[in-house]
Structure formats: C-alpha cells, structure tokens
Design a binder for this molecule. Structure first.
Ligand SMILES: [Zn+2]
Length: 62
C-alpha cells in the first residue's frame, strides 16, 4: 500500500464514496452527515488506497 500525506476531497455518488483514482464507486457508504478526515479509502477496482476527506468544512461551526 502506497501512503502519501496528500488528502483529497471525496466525491460521493448515489450514497457511495467515489474512488479519486479511477472514478469508480466503492463499497464505502457515505451518509449526509458523515465526516471523514484522512480516511484511507480502498478501491477494490483499481486496488488503490487514497487518503480522502469529506464534510470537514461543513462541521467547522461548533
Ligand atoms: Zn479505484
């Protein structure tokens, strides 16, 4: 598994996390209030793990 410190914004399609590497839908379910920070998203399709973030900016207001 290749690790980088780069964290990319996650794209969600039909409630599932989309692989930033190949654009395919993964098995990871994303809810409307899901927050991910440096989540290692693994894609079975291209067998790539990508660090992603999601919903972070929306939850900054406490
Ligand atoms: Zn992929």
């Amino acid at each position: 598994m290749t690790r980088t410190d780069a964290c990319v914004p996650l794209t969600v399609r039909e409630g599932r996390a989309v692989c930033p590497a190949c654009g395919g839908r993964t098995q990871v379910v994303i809810l409307s209030d899901t927050v991910l920070i440096k989540f290692p998203l693994f894609c079975k399709k291209c067998k790539t793990t990508t660090l992603v973030e999601y919903g972070q900016s929306q939850s900054l207001r406490a």
